[in-house]
Design a protein. Structure first.
Length: 84
């Protein structure tokens, strides 16, 4: 009986046998970046998706840009100023 494939892997055929190797995502500029899972309300995700669509970027890229802008990490994005 054949073994089930592990989640996150795809078959790699070598000769007559197939082996499994992990699926790897392409590295970005920051290869030492951390993965940070976050829980968001559906309304927040909808707003994020609309913002990303208007900017023509993916949801993860939108999250990175918005966080960097809010924290003043990018000169090209003005930080959000609070009431004084």
């Amino acid at each position: 009986m054949a073994k089930k494939a592990k989640a996150g892997s795809r078959p790699r055929v070598s000769g007559k046998t197939a082996t499994r190797r992990p699926v790897r995502r392409p590295g970005g500029e920051e290869t030492d970046a951390l993965v940070v899972p976050v829980r968001l309300a559906p309304a927040t995700v909808d707003a994020l998706d609309r913002w990303a669509a208007r900017a023509g970027i993916s949801r993860p890229e939108a999250m990175r840009r918005l966080l960097e802008a809010a924290l003043g990490g990018l000169a090209s994005y003005a930080p959000i100023e609070g009431p004084d």
